[in-house]
Design a binder for this molecule. Structure first.
Ligand SMILES: Cc1cc2nc3c(=O)[nH]c(=O)nc-3n(C[C@H](O)[C@H](O)[C@H](O)COP(=O)(O)OP(=O)(O)OC[C@H]3O[C@@H](n4cnc5c(N)ncnc54)[C@H](O)[C@@H]3O)c2cc1C
Ligand code: SF4
Length: 333
């Protein structure tokens, strides 16, 4: 498969990159590792006039200490670096695990954490070659006026599948977003609005610069799990991350953060599940209740690849089991 024609822009500084985006943003796609974008270009699901190559830019790569005890990870840091870093493994093991569960070592070697956070949603009808798509009606994401997955839906329902994002939500991460003349920092969940298209709320003139993660409170049990058709090189059926902070060692939860991916068009943070845990001792029946609330918040929709009911069951099992594992861990069992 060949690439479509485009002009390759290779700025030599971040300022130049932001100037170029300010000027040509609507006609431009940013490329980092290119592990996903190259496929999209070859499939002609995106045909930008310009490709802005940020991979060589200084200042957007590496793991460093930030303010207030935060750890900052540059958007261009590869998934391989994140998953292999002793610091990340020790401080944020669920992020190292989630990064490790992306694709294969070849892809993690070039794919970046920022590219994962900005990953496009996927759909069985859309992520196909242009010849394949010519044989079907154009859907919302292809410029048409219908969704082929959910008839009568008024929006695109493509699925959000980036593995590191639920882990970053559970870790309460923030994103530093850069544009000409300014920057903003937002909680990671605010990058998404649950729409399959566009898959995030980054402006055409903006670059994701950094992921900032606060120190995890002491006495926290954290976990990331991914279910996929195959062990490697496969997108998730469901992924889930949680951080449960205990008051002492009697199983009483002080604070919880629970997030899931692969279930609908954006990553889902379960506020209902988190609230139900706050200040309560985890028991079998509370774990059941919370698992139901997380599934309710996640509202799995996509009937493509696997049924919503399989996604519901998988997510429910993940949450219930991991809450019981958190309890056992807290009580030293
Ligand atoms: C065979 C295969 C299997 C895969 N399996 C998985 C998987 O299991 N789990 C998973 O999560 N992903 C998977 N991926 C997707 C992808 O490889 C990863 O998500 C990777 O992290 C993307 O990073 P990248 O740097 O290569 O992004 P790119 O391909 O360069 O870009 C991806 C998107 O992000 C945008 N972007 C990238 N960086 C920035 C930035 N700093 N600021 C603004 N926009 C930016 C680009 O414009 C583009 O829209 C797979 C891909 C392939 C080809
Ligand atoms: S979910 Fe619907 S609108 Fe979105 S890409 Fe698939 S068919 Fe198109």
């Amino acid at each position: 498969m060949t690439l479509p024609k485009f002009t390759h822009l290779a700025p030599s500084s971040l300022d130049e990159a932001l100037d170029l985006l300010n000027e040509k943003g609507e006609k431009t796609k940013v490329i980092a590792g290119g592990s996903d974008l190259m496929v999209q270009l070859k499939h002609r699901t995106t045909t930008p006039e310009f490709i802005l190559d940020i991979k060589g830019l200084n200042g957007l790569e590496g793991i460093s200490a930030g303010s207030d005890g935060k750890t900052n990870i540059g958007a261009l840091t590869t998934l391989d670096t994140v998953s292999e870093s002793e610091q990340i493994k020790e401080q944020f093991p669920i992020l190292a695990r989630a990064a490790f569960k992306v694709a294969s070592s070849q892809i993690r070697n070039v794919g970046t954490l920022g590219g994962n956070v900005c990953l496009n949603t996927r759909c069985w009808y859309y992520n196909q070659t242009s010849q394949w798509r010519e044989a079907i009606p154009a859907c919302y994401k292809m410029g048409g006026d219908e969704c082929l997955v959910i008839k009568n839906s008024d929006k695109c329902n493509a699925v959000f599948l980036a593995d590191t994002v639920p882990a970053l939500i559970a870790l309460d991460a923030e994103l530093k977003i850069l544009k000409k003349g300014g920057e903003r920092t937002i909680p990671i969940e605010q990058l998404y609005n649950g729409s399959g298209h566009p898959s995030n709320l980054l402006g055409a003139d903006e670059i994701l610069g950094e992921i900032q993660i606060p120190a995890t409170p002491k006495n926290t049990y954290s976990v990331f799990i991914k279910d996929a058709p195959r062990e490697v090189v496969d997108f998730a059926i469901v992924n889930m991350a949680m951080c449960i902070t205990f008051k002492g060692n009697d199983g009483v939860c002080e604070k919880a953060r629970i997030a899931a991916g692969g279930v609908t068009s954006g990553p889902v943070r379960s506020l209902k599940g988190e609230d139900a845990l706050k200040g309560k001792k985890i028991t079998d029946s509370l774990a059941d209740e919370v698992a139901d609330l997380v599934v309710k918040d996640a509202a799995p929709i996509s009937p493509i690849w696997v049924s919503p009911s399989q996604r519901r069951q998988t997510l429910r099992t993940f949450v219930k089991r991991q809450l019981m594992a958190a309890l056992a861990n807290n009580q030293g069992n």
